[in-house]
Design a protein around this ligand. Structure first.
Ligand code: ADP
Ligand code: MG
Length: 349
């Protein structure tokens, strides 16, 4: 996890540096230096960089908003979390939610429907059991895993938009927003920045990158796509984007090793084990970061063929797929924009 945050941060800083220094050469009237701050929130390193306003207060306001979202959606603080309240009430009663938590749950249920439960917002029972990303990560006992796996079923999550309530039918069911909460938070940060007049910025929530506008020359930002086999800040290609999000999910991002085998953090509800298919990583390019986040996790779970279909079925959603045999598949809408920079990989038609 730390690897990934540092890498993406470095890639963006590097590219941003190149771009801003270019901007200075050709636009000597460039008014301000960028202002950038980092903070550890939502279990990841968050970096916000504003290029056209020297105003740290806007960034602080954005950090406070992320903290607020984290408090409501975390699975680590029972005093503030609406998700823990909902999980604790499973099998017994409905729970009143804030609009934030309701919106994320609703979008999570939509992704569960779109992928026919491969992505399942009620995957929490087995996420907790595996503990991947913590020091307690271990392979669960098969019978316990199976018992918890049987509690996964998004159709037993009931949402009432009028009352802003949610209910889980069976005792022990658990929702988990880990696959989309960062995307939602990135979108909320973008709103704050735009409302405060920011026109050029990059928001990075541990791999959920969201760009505001283009760079200071009004050219697209150049975002590096991580090489999933060499996660040390090396990228395999570049995608230019303006006012878009680039969200990457990879099996290399969070894992532990036991008896020489790697166990990563994206779990297959059909087996209870980490998903095992042809995709090593996928980057989604779209407008809203929650859509990028939901789609990136979904595509990893669906595999190349079904994942491509899912992406092509949505308007304004593009993707870069990287398979274990080092082939790179790019969807039609960004085919002419994406530049492969690492010749170890093969760009497919
Ligand atoms: P990252 O958090 O590394 O950016 P993702 O956005 O792909 O990666 O989300 C991975 C998280 O999604 C896991 O840590 C877990 O909380 C959650 N998750 C794991 N398996 C599933 C699944 N089948 N459906 C929905 N969410 C899942
Ligand atoms: Mg995701």
């Amino acid at each position: 996890m730390l690897f990934k945050q540092r890498n993406i941060f470095i890639i963006i800083c590097l590219l941003a540096l190149i771009l801003t220094s270019c901007a200075k050469q050709s636009a000597p009237e460039a008014p301000v230096n960028p202002v950038s701050k980092s903070n550890f929130l939502l279990g990841t390193e968050v970096t916000i960089t504003i290029y056209d306003k020297q105003d740290e207060a806007i960034i602080d306001k954005a950090f406070r908003r992320i903290s607020e979202i984290e408090a409501k959606m975390t699975i680590n603080n029972a005093e503030t979390s609406e998700i823990i309240a909902l999980n604790n009430a499973s099998g017994s009663s409905e729970v009143k939610l804030s609009p934030d938590t309701f919106d994320v749950l609703e979008r999570g249920k939509e992704f569960s429907e779109m992928t026919k439960g491969r992505f399942d917002i009620t995957v929490g029972s087995i996420v907790k059991l595996w503990n991947i990303g913590t020091e307690y990560a271990a392979i669960p006992e098969p019978d316990v895993l199976e018992q918890k796996r049987l509690l996964i079923d998004f159709e037993k999550l009931h949402l009432d938009r009028n009352k802003l309530t949610a209910r889980l039918d069976e005792k022990g069911m658990q929702v988990d927003l880990g696959a989309i909460a960062k995307g939602y938070a990135a979108d909320e940060v973008a709103k704050i920045l735009r409302d405060n007049g920011v026109k050029h910025a990059i928001i990075n929530l541990g791999g959920n990158v969201l760009t505001i506008g283009g760079n200071m020359q009004d050219k697209p930002w150049k975002i590096g796509i991580q090489d999933p086999f060499n996660p040390r800040g090396e990228y395999l290609g570049i995608i230019p984007v303006t006012d878009k999000t680039v969200v990457t999910s990879g099996t290399y991002e969070r894992y532990f090793e036991q008896d020489g085998k790697k166990y990563h953090h994206i779990l297959d509800p059909r087996t209870g084990y980490p998903i095992d298919n042809d995709i090593a990583s996928v980057s989604i390019i779209t407008t809203k970061s929650i859509d990028g986040d939901g789609n990136s996790t979904s595509v990893l779970l669906l595999g190349l063929e079904e994942g491509l279909k899912l992406i092509e079925s949505q308007k304004d959603v593009e993707a870069i797929f990287v398979t274990y045999d080092k082939k790179v598949y790019v969807t039609s809408g960004i085919k002419n924009d994406f530049a492969l920079t690492n010749s170890d990989f093969e760009l497919m038609d």
